[in-house]
Design a binder for this molecule. Structure first.
Ligand code: APR
Length: 253
């Protein structure tokens, strides 16, 4: 495949690797995407569920929708694509390199897979945030929505970033720096339509980074990518096997 050999060499030699993932990487785990043919936004209007105004209007309805999504997340398991990124992180760190995985996903599957240098840009659906004191806490399983703050007793909201809201403190700065300095940037499973995450690929390219995209569909980032693999995350990431010595130790994706 044109360009794959160069991409492999670049990734093997890279000292600074930045990865951005979107809902597509979790689709093989049974978590719906948003804008795909069978994505969530086909059946649910984001303005009714994923904005502060929607929550103010109907907190029970928004919490019921998140409880439904949380149940799906709790049933799901990390898939080989999540695990391949854990192995990539280990490999880059073992050679003294820098690695950052930035995810738009709120399903927590990267953390469950074992990713360490991780930024959850849009928050985490398994956490709630007190509407009064801002305390963040993991939701008990099972839980009856709405949850109440264990510290001050006020009602808590999903600890996710809704449309029109700010990203978690420092998350954007850390992500932007990693992509601006990346030797290789991987963008996996995102439609690259939602800012500011969608800019990270362009920031890496502008910084001289080698940009690899993995997505069964083309995206606004495709024309910029040095290599755009028109395939799913599991298949695409499996094209970047660990160096031979790792195979001997059984580091299989
Ligand atoms: N492997 C990789 N990519 C896939 C796969 C797969 N198996 N299946 C589908 N895709 C791709 C689709 O082609 C699409 O480009 O995943 C992408 C999913 O795009 P979206 O549904 O728009 O999800 P995402 O890009 O993560 O959305 C960004 O928008 O709604 C907000 O906050 C929400 O974090 C979300 C943000």
């Amino acid at each position: 495949m044109e360009g794959l050999e160069e991409a492999r060499e670049r990734l093997k030699a890279a000292q600074r690797v930045a990865v951005l993932t979107g809902a597509g990487i979790s689709k093989p785990s049974g978590i719906p995407t948003f804008r795909d043919a069978e994505g969530l936004w086909r059946d649910f209007n984001p303005l009714d569920y994923a904005t502060p105004e929607a929550y103010a209007r109907d907190p029970q309805g928004v919490w019921a929708w998140y409880a439904w999504r949380i149940a799906k997340v709790l049933e799901a398991r990390p898939n080989p694509a999540h695990l391949a990124l854990v192995r990539l992180e280990e490999e880059v760190l073992s050679r003294g390199g820098a690695f950052l995985l930035v995810t738009q996903n709120v399903d927590g599957l990267h953390a469950r897979a074992g990713s360490r240098n991780l930024v959850e840009l849009h928050g985490n659906i398994l956490r709630a945030r007190c509407e009064a004191c801002g305390h963040r806490f993991l939701l008990p399983d099972p839980f009856t929505p709405p949850p109440f703050c264990p510290l001050c007793g006020h009602r808590a909201r999903p600890d996710v970033v809704w449309f029109g809201e700010l990203l978690p403190e420092g998350a954007w700065e850390k992500s932007e720096k990693a992509f601006a300095e990346a030797d290789v940037a991987l963008v996996v499973g995102t439609s690259a339509e939602v800012e500011p995450a969608a800019s990270l690929g362009r920031i890496a390219f502008a910084g001289g980074g080698y940009l690899i995209e993995i997505n069964p569909e083309p995206t606004p980032l495709t024309p910029l990518a040095h290599l755009s693999l028109r395939m799913g995350a599991v298949e695409g990431l499996a094209l970047f096997p660990p160096p031979a010595e790792d195979q001997a130790e059984g580091h299989f994706p």
